[in-house]
Ligand binder design. Structure first.
Ligand SMILES: Cc1cc2nc3c(=O)[nH]c(=O)nc-3n(C[C@H](O)[C@H](O)[C@H](O)COP(=O)(O)O)c2cc1C
Length: 249
């Protein structure tokens, strides 16, 4: 992970570096047992392993879904990380419909199914976004998280030679803000507000959060700004939003 300081951004190619879904589920269950009265909503973000070919990607998603089911409140189907080879090809209409249909089938077997959201890349074309809208309707998933990091290097202030040297990975933070808002607005308008959207990408302030909410997001997330602004940021954004909450109505 590399900082693009001049841009308020990051490039990361972490991949899904972790000990696997078993230990993650166990850690989350431990956390749930020890959280007392604190209400914390936990989302399980699932993807396929780097060495799993796309033909068998479904097996990885189903396994992660089952293992995490009783440890999380909702699921995020991640088909948009640029750091796992082939992953973003799963955003195409046919494999995505298959994947989400299979996960929904698995979900509906449970006595209390959980919301499944789809996390998409900012690099999709409007045509692909139209497909996403159709697939959400067809599969009945709960909503979309927009967006993941971008593979684009356009508009960066950081010296191009430095960017080049950093190499592959997804750009997050301020350089992503406008595009991710654009994707949210497009999905919201073209779908006729048919499903909730969680907005993420370059939110550093209450104004940035408001921009996403005004574009049609129901909730927002931050990642990169935690690194630049520190964990107090969530409180600052929430307080400022509350003060102007009538604007959100
Ligand atoms: C270090 C790093 C790791 C990330 N890992 C994941 C991941 O495992 N799954 C995922 O869906 N998104 C992942 N993301 C993307 C973020 O969740 C978020 O969608 C993106 O960074 C844009 O938001 P931001 O500008 O607030 O960072 C990661 C981002 C960063 C910077």
């Amino acid at each position: 992970m590399f900082r693009l300081k001049a841009d308020g951004g990051l490039i990361n190619r972490m991949g899904f570096n972790n000990k696997g879904v078993g230990p993650a589920a166990e850690r989350l269950r431990h956390f749930a047992r020890n959280r007392g009265n604190r209400q914390v909503i936990v989302g399980g973000n699932i993807g396929k392993n780097k060495d799993t070919p796309n033909e068998s990607a479904l097996t990885d998603y189903i396994l992660s879904f089952r293992e995490l089911f009783d440890a999380v409140d909702y699921f995020v189907v991640n088909v948009s990380s640029p750091n796992t080879p082939g992953l973003r090809d799963l955003q195409e209409r046919e494999p995505l419909t298959k994947l989400l249909t299979a996960l929904q089938k698995e979900n509906r077997k449970q006595p209390a199914p959980k919301p499944i959201l789809l996390k998409i890349a900012p690099d999709l074309t409007n045509g692909q976004l139209d497909d996403i809208i159709a697939i959400v309707a067809e599969t009945g998933i709960a909503g979309v998280i927009a967006t993941n990091t971008t593979i684009s290097r356009a508009g960066l202030k950081t010296n191009p030679a430095d960017v080049e040297q950093i190499g592959a990975g997804g750009v997050s933070g301020k350089p992503l803000r406008e595009r991710s808002t654009e994707v949210i607005r497009y999905l919201h308008q073209q779908s006729g507000a048919a499903f909730p959207i969680i907005g993420v990408g370059g939110i550093f302030s209450a104004d940035d959060a408001r921009e996403k909410l005004n574009a049609g997001a129901s909730l927002v997330q931050v990642y990169t700004s935690f690194i630049y602004e520190g964990p107090g940021l969530a409180k600052r954004i929430n307080k400022a939003l509350l003060q102007t909450s009538t604007l959100l109505k």
